[in-house]
Design a protein around this ligand. Sequence first.
Ligand SMILES: [Zn+2]
Length: 172
Amino acid sequence: MAAKSKRLPNHHRGIFARKNIRSGDTVCVMGGRVVHIHEHNAIGSFGEEYGIDISEDFSFCPANERELELMPQCLINHSCAPNLGFVDTVRLVAIRDIAAGEELTYDYAFILYRHPENDFEFRMDCRCGAPEGICRKRITVDDWKRPELHERYGEWFQPFLKRRFAALKRQN
Ligand SMILES: [Zn+2]
């Protein structure tokens, strides 16, 4: 990964570009523990906090700090004006040129899905610094349904969410 993890002044961790990255470059191929929705209880809230949904039923889901270190993709923070997106289930690419030192981000709408059997309720107040009208201020697990995000970033969502959004549009 052309990136490193460091602590932000507010003690949140993030992943930062070590060098300039060109639009289209692969930044990360995700790996690590893949967990089925029925196993979530065994992993607990740690995994839910850091998990990345890669299908309706499966997530990348570190069980503890040690596993999290091996799954840096789970430390990438949200931005409403992200610089990374998914070209497939496991590959994250730069969606614009990124300068050395910039924080790497994707939009959590690309990866969050509410499974009907899971009562996990993700809500986060957003202070990503994106301009007025772009920052959603509040991020939820249902943001993948927002048409304006598909207009802006449609190609960068996890493939299963792209399929779900297309089905949603056909229904309406
Ligand atoms: Zn925001």
